[in-house]
Design a protein around this ligand. Structure first.
Ligand code: ATP
Length: 347
């Protein structure tokens, strides 16, 4: 299988920040690779280099067989890019935006109009097509932006955090649209902070941190590396903590983490439901009062904690920059509290 995107040893430094520290990646034709990483991991920098918007300090890259550094125009003619912030002209209608993009790509007047109508239809924007795009919701703008990236029918699509900041409903709609693109044969490089998004859309996930790849695999492989499912127990009384820790030990794979108030214990387990049953039996026979207990799949935080030893990325000012990821993870039902996990992990 030919690689439609291939990069080797990409490096980019901004003063004392090494945004890309020797990144290698490849996306075979017709496949979807998700670049997954926390804020500041280097995802956008990688995308900007591969889409010719930024020059790397070192390394090499080809897109659809064209050298990114030697022939940036050739690369631009073969890619569609949809960024984190939708690049639509707010004063134009959806239709006018798409028609303009078509004209800029050199389509004739009729072809540009037909393509605009076709894409509005495909992205569920026909009814809103003749309204100024400033009246669109965030999800509609993103869809319009993505439609714009498809006007010239590029063989390679690059989507930079396509659903960051969208509400859960719009996110699911966007996933449907992207899945449809993929089923029609596009090669896609996608960046995301959300494991669930990578899980739903990608054939393969490349986890990056500090500008380098730290793991690659399918969502299930990454989750399995993280120790599979978790049992989580919330106690009524913190005083029961040590007893419950002892009950968890026989089923635990690796560390048992305890949150800051000492009432919530979590551990990866191998046996899924049977591990949960063992813990439930133990709790019952020891008469431990429990507020909540359950089995859950690993979250992005769990994967990060396991791969990097840290759950949330912290910027230079020391501020936790992962709050968006947490908020969105909560919305999509994959709860994750990085601060808590991080504190627990350092115990
Ligand atoms: P996010 O999820 O927040 O978009 P990201 O993984 O896309 O994060 P990048 O935007 O690629 O990360 O940034 C990687 C690192 O490079 C960060 O530490 C960032 O602060 C730094 N950086 C990016 N662009 C610049 C710039 N123009 N000048 C200085 N530093 C930069």
């Amino acid at each position: 299988m030919t690689d439609m995107i291939r990069a080797t040893g990409l490096r980019k430094r901004y003063k004392d920040v090494e945004a890309l520290a020797g990144l290698d990646l490849d996306v075979p034709e017709g496949q979807v690779l998700a670049l997954l990483g926390p804020n500041g991991a280097g995802k956008t920098t990688a995308v900007r280099v591969l889409t010719t918007l930024l020059k790397a300090d070192a390394g090499s890259a080809t897109v659809a067989g064209v050298d990114v550094f030697a022939d940036p125009d050739g690369v631009r003619a073969r890619i569609g890019l949809s960024g984190q912030y939708a690049a639509v002209d707010e004063h134009l209608t959806g239709y006018e935006n798409l028609e303009m993009v078509g004209r800029l790509y050199g389509l004739g007047r009729t072809a540009a109009r037909d393509r605009a109508r076709e894409l509005l239809e495909r992205f569920g924007l026909s009814d809103a097509g003749d309204r100024p795009s400033k009246t669109y919701s965030g999800g509609m703008r993103r869809r319009l932006d993505l439609a714009g990236a498809l006007v010239a029918e590029p063989p390679v699509l690059v989507l930079d955090e396509p659903t960051t900041g969208l509400d859960p409903g719009s996110r699911v709609q966007m996933w449907d649209v992207i899945r449809e693109l993929v089923s029609s044969g596009a090669t896609l490089l996608l960046t995301t902070q959300y494991l669930e998004e990578a899980d739903r859309l990608a054939d393969d996930i490349l986890v990056i941190d500090h500008g380098k790849a730290i793991a690659r695999g399918t969502a299930d492989e990454l989750k399995a590396q993280t120790g599979g499912e978790r049992v989580e127990v919330v106690l009524r009384h913190a005083a029961d903590r040590d007893r419950v820790r002892r009950l968890l030990e026989p089923v635990a794979v690796g560390e048992i983490t305890v949150d800051t108030n000492g009432r919530e214990l979590t551990t990866a387990v191998q046996g899924g439901v049977s591990s949960l049953r063992t813990v439930l039996d133990g709790l019952e026979s020891e008469r431990v009062e429990v507020l909540d207990i359950g089995l859950r799949r690993p979250t992005l935080d769990d994967v990060f904690l396991s791969l990097t030893g840290h759950a949330a990325e912290t910027d230079e000012s020391g501020t936790d920059t992962d709050t968006d990821a947490d908020a969105d993870a909560d919305e999509s039902g994959t709860t994750g509290d990085s601060t808590k996990t991080q504190e627990a992990a350092t115990r």
